[in-house]
Write a protein that binds this ligand. Structure first.
Ligand code: PSU
Ligand code: MN
Length: 302
């Protein structure tokens, strides 16, 4: 790890040095996934949820071309402002560093940076996956999950994606998918997808045991721990389907593709569902941060 390219915050550095629990958080959700002002409030709440769980939060981003792990309040605000912040997936890392840019890291970008900084647990909302439609648009999140031995807590993949194809991709590439208190992989806004997880677990300790065994075997893939959106925040199935199909057809009509697609679909669905998808998104993010903190603490209890 090159010290000039990375900037690990004082707090995260000492937590890692003392073997305390640390949870990585991504930043694309702040800059590109949620609207203002909920994005900054949510970013703060996620850090708070990790702390309440007894772990140190490490939000990851690229700032002025440096790979940052653990941000200050002013840096979170800069990302939430969103002006000139690139969405940084794996392919963008070199570009953002070379140009000294600000970048919000996706799941793929965050996995790459956090694992190199020595972090083991990462909480997010939903991972990217195989998109619906003609072009095979496959998020770089998937291959990054296949080659990064971290534990990733999420609510499955967004139902804007082709979930069966995403589930198959993970299986083919050796990524184990656990259900935290569930037997089916959640579908982000809803608690069920009809797709089975590899195993159900009910405690953070069980997750920690699987992660340790994976490490002992030298398997390189992430362990994906899926957690359903909290009851009461689930989006009504019909509202979801309607807002999604409209978002997909508007995106196709306007020719929205590539890095723009996920943010566009999320924003359109939130508008169309009168904020129901946004409320679900914030609730599941916070819940996942809590679960990730418990897992990080359990991983350290040996
Ligand atoms: N889930 C959300 N909001 C988001 C994302 C996921 O609720 O903004 C982001 C994540 O950062 C994920 C990225 O890594 O979308 C995937 O984008 P793409 O399909 O372009 O790889
Ligand atoms: Mn894509």
């Amino acid at each position: 790890m090159d010290g000039n390219l990375f900037h690990i915050s004082e707090e995260v550095r000492s937590a890692l040095g003392e073997g305390r629990a640390v949870v990585a958080l991504e930043s694309t959700v702040i800059s590109h996934g949620l609207p203002r002002p909920q994005n900054l409030e949510t970013a703060r709440r996620l850090e708070q949820a990790v702390r309440e769980g007894g772990a140190v939060p490490a939000t990851v981003a690229v700032l002025g071309g440096r790979l940052c792990v653990g941000l200050e309040e002013s840096q979170l605000a800069r990302l939430a402002e969103g002006e000139g912040v690139r969405k940084v997936s794996r392919r963008d890392l070199g570009l953002a560093v070379a140009r000294g840019e600000d970048g919000a890291t996706t799941v793929a970008g965050t996995l790459w940076i956090a694992s190199r900084a020595g972090l083991k647990v990462f909480a997010t909302g939903g991972v990217g996956g195989v998109h619906r439609g003609q072009l095979p648009d496959i998020s770089a999140d998937l291959p990054e999950l296949a080659r990064t031995p971290m534990t990733v807590v999420c609510s499955g993949a967004k139902s804007v994606l082709d979930l069966p194809a995403t589930r198959e991709w993970l299986e083919t590439h050796g990524v184990c998918v656990l259900g935290f208190g569930c037997d089916e992989m959640p579908a982000f806004y809803t608690r069920r997808s009809g797709l089975p997880v590899d195993a159900r677990v009910d405690t953070a300790e069980e997750v920690a045991r699987v992660a340790r065994a994976r490490d002992a075997l030298g398997l390189e893939a992430a362990l994906v721990v899926t957690v359903p959106v909290p009851e009461g925040f689930e989006v009504d199935e019909q509202v979801m389907e309607e807002s999604l199909s409209e978002a997909l057809s508007v995106a196709a009509a306007r020719g929205v593709t590539g890095r723009e697609l996920t943010p566009f679909l999320l924003a359109h669905m939130s508008w169309r569902s009168r904020g129901a998808t946004l409320r679900a998104n914030v609730a599941l993010l916070e819940n996942n941060a809590r679960v990730a903190a418990d897992i990080a603490v359990a991983l350290n209890d040996e």
